[in-house]
Design a protein around this ligand. Structure first.
Ligand code: IVH
Length: 700
């Protein structure tokens, strides 16, 4: 395929990159993702390297960042602030190291020392101290001229006002370089506040740090939870000034490791996750380690900055026009990608809850291909302002479920004209019955108990691992069986026979036999599994085990009174109510009778020597805790069950008597606003475990 001639493509790339530089550095409002930007830049670097005659003096590959915005006074950097070349693969990192050896042949890669520092995703900052006092902060700008943001940076608590000179001698005039960033938890809390007050929500901690710094009024900056990591003295070549007074001799570190130690002694915050390693293999190990644990750090990183430790080597190896040769940024796989939102659809769960979700053009992000992402509820779709056919930013951080952050309205592939806002359907996509949203609730429900989608989900839940654990009975299979008219409820599973199955598409004799074997085996599951499988509200594995060990047989449980149920440790009035209600429901009774008739085990074996796990302490007795949004490690049901198992209540809405509102990812605004108005304490999602354990509000 013949593209445009290379010279034309280079020209095109230069224009594109300059444009995106401006959006990112000047306007804090990138149109494309970092990954897309990096790809453009790498393509241009490749062309210019292969064909040096095509490089121009004003090429963005020669420059760093963008020119100042005009919002602040300009500052000319005494020592230019360089950018870093980056490596995206191990091979690229090794070839960087090989080049070091070509330039300085006496070096040995196996014994060379490197400083490996987390590449914090924030805003690069140059701080000046005179006579030990903070006098100026400047952004990188284009690397030569930056902007004076002193008043704003002075509000950042971890930027020291004075250098701890007693413990660390420094020259009279000192340049400290580092990164202003926003810790991940503080970022999440800030966005929750922004969301609750209807203010602008930030796409990520970097944007929010940059936006917080680019404020005319330092009071606004002061209200933002910013922090600072120091990682460099001067431009990397700190020289004491002649006659700089105390410490003029011998203050200067000779390695990067010493630089960081010296900064620490001087009272500057230095990342505790920076390590010094020997040999290029150890560098790679450290990079992989940090990538694996990137989400365990309290701040966001997008890579590892690898620096030769010996500062003398920095001077010898020098730099290209834009970046030093002695350092490189090893970039992790991106966790944010742009893709097309193909459509918004609604799925019906086993309780009838209608959850909108995004169908996306497949995109590889955060280690897997993403095609679907939940949009939680009607309000979330409106708040996120996403519409079918939009280009959207998709984020998947590690194991966390993928999320649609919002539309990328100015992305080059964004539609010229957007479709009209998406409307929540008024009828169930499965049964055609009405979808109902009660006032004050954020969720919408299909209230038709016979809805095929609900039936399907109830059978899927029944067969799932935590329930009867029927291998091979996943959602697709259940849909197929329901559509073929073979099953309607869980009890029907036990009436399936080989000839019925073999008649199905894609089902051979062997798979039919396997499936029937798995169904047969499930009959022997203990009572506790059956109780989970039934999908009784508030009955998760813990409560189910407590009930099963308390009553031993299904018969005894079915005839138990409300009072008898509450005698069981970990079962309060709410759970007892829910269980009694479920068992008294005629439709449920029919299914239960048929399950028993099918020959299911209905007893709980006494665990030989193993005590049933103790019911949790009743830390939340009499307290009601409302959960909104998605909590790490808990489904909504599990979170509610955990509250109820500790004696608490987990109602669906906030009232004066609510003890606390726990806020996970993508929370409902109604609950948050109401909590704020009623003065109900709001607990961040990561404080949920502490709340469960102690029954007290976690420290903010
Ligand atoms: S050293 C000449 N160290 O990454 C040396 N940079 O693309 C330049 N960054 O502009 C910087 N953590 O904004 C260095 N430990 C670290 C860093 C770091 C984050 C940022 C910084 C820099 C960019 C390079």
């Amino acid at each position: 395929m013949a593209g445009p001639p290379l010279s034309e493509r280079a020209e095109q790339l230069r224009a594109l990159i300059s444009h995106h530089d401006e959006r990112y550095h000047l306007l804090d409002s990138p149109e494309i993702t970092d990954a897309e930007y990096d790809a453009l830049k790498r393509e241009l670097v490749a062309i210019e390297t292969e064909h040096p005659e095509l490089a121009t003096i004003d090429s963005p590959t020669m420059a760093v960042g963008a020119a100042p915005s005009g919002l602040f006074t300009e500052v000319r950097h005494e020592v230019p602030m360089m950018s870093l070349d980056n490596a995206q693969t191990e091979a690229e990192l090794r070839s960087w190291a090989d080049r070091l050896v070509r330039l300085a042949p006496e070096l040995e890669l196996a014994t060379l020392r490197f400083s490996c520092e987390p590449k914090v995703d924030g805003v690069a900052m140059s701080l000046t101290y005179e006579g030990g006092r903070f006098v100026q902060a400047a952004t990188r700008g284009n690397g030569v001229v930056g902007e004076d943001v002193t008043d704003n940076v002075a509000t950042v608590p971890s930027v020291p006002e004075t250098v701890a000179a007693e413990t660390a001698p420094f020259p009279k005039r000192l340049l400290v370089r580092g990164e202003i960033y926003m810790p991940t938890a503080a970022f999440a809390a800030l966005n929750e506040r922004q969301l609750a007050t209807g203010a602008k929500v930030f796409a990520n901690p970097r944007n929010s740090a940059a936006g917080s710094l680019r404020q005319k009024d330092p009071k606004v900056t002061a209200a933002r939870p910013l922090a600072f990591w120091a990682y460099q003295l001067g431009g990397g070549e700190p020289e004491p000034e002649p006659g700089a007074g105390e410490g003029a001799d011998g203050w200067a570190p000779v390695t990067q490791t010493e630089t960081l130690a010296q900064l620490r002694r001087g009272g500057f915050p230095v990342s505790p996750d920076a390590t010094t390693v020997v040999g290029i293999d150890a560098v790679l190990t450290r990079c992989r380690e940090l990538e694996e644990h990137r989400h365990d750090l309290p701040y966001e990183i997008d890579g590892v900055v690898v620096k030769l430790d010996e500062l003398d080597l920095h001077r010898r190896l020098g730099q290209t026009s834009r970046a030093p040769r002695w350092a490189i940024a090893f970039k992790f796989a991106p966790e944010e990608r742009a893709t097309r939102l193909l459509d918004i659809e609604v799925s019906i769960g086993r309780t009838g809850r209608a959850t909108p979700f995004a169908r996306l053009a497949p995109v590889f992000v955060g280690g897997s291909t993403v095609q679907l992402a939940t949009l939680h509820n009607e309000d979330q779709v409106a708040l996120k302002n996403v519409r079918p056919n939009d280009m959207v930013l998709v984020r998947k951080a590690g194991d966390v479920i993928p999320e649609v952050v919002g539309p990328m309205l100015e992305h080059p592939d964004a539609p010229k004209r957007r479709r009209s806002p998406w409307r929540f359907p008024t009828v169930c996509p499965s049964c055609g019955g009405p979808l109902v949203r009660l006032p004050g609730e954020s969720d919408t429900y299909c209230t038709n108990i016979d809805c095929p989608a609900q039936r399907i989900q109830r059978i899927v839940h029944f067969s799932a691992r935590a329930g009867m654990d029927i291998e091979g009975m996943g959602e697709q299979r259940v849909v197929q069986l329901v559509q073929a008219g073979l099953i309607d409820d869980p009890a029907d599973l036990y009436r399936l026979e080989a000839p019925m199955l073999v008649a199905l598409e894609g089902m051979g004799e062997l798979s039919a036999a396997n499936l029937l074997g798995a169904i047969e085996a499930s009959k022997r599951q203990p009572l506790s599994r059956l109780l989970v499988a039934l999908g009784i509200r508030h009955v998760g594995p813990t409560v189910a085990r407590a009930l099963a060990s308390g009553f031993r047989t299904l018969d005894d449980l079915r005839s138990a009174s409300l009072e008898a149920l509450t005698v069981v440790e970990g079962v309060g009035a709410v759970i007892a109510d829910s269980v009694v209600g479920f068992l008294a429901n005629p439709a449920n009774q029919v299914v239960l009778d048929r399950l028993v008739a099918a020959g299911l085990n209905t007893e709980q074996p006494r665990a030989a020597g193993v005590e049933a796990p103790a019911a949790p302490d009743q830390t939340l007795a009499g307290r009601s805790v409302v959960v909104t949004g998605t909590l790490d490690g808990y489904s909504r049901e599990e979170a509610e069950a955990a509250i109820v198992a500790r004696g608490g209540k987990a109602p669906g809405s906030v009232s004066k008597s609510t003890f606390a509102v726990v806020v996970g990812a993508s929370p409902g605004t109604a609950k948050l606003t109401r909590a704020e108005r009623l003065g109900v304490p709001v607990v961040a999602g990561d404080g949920f475990d502490q709340l469960l354990a102690s029954g007290e509000l976690p420290d903010a």
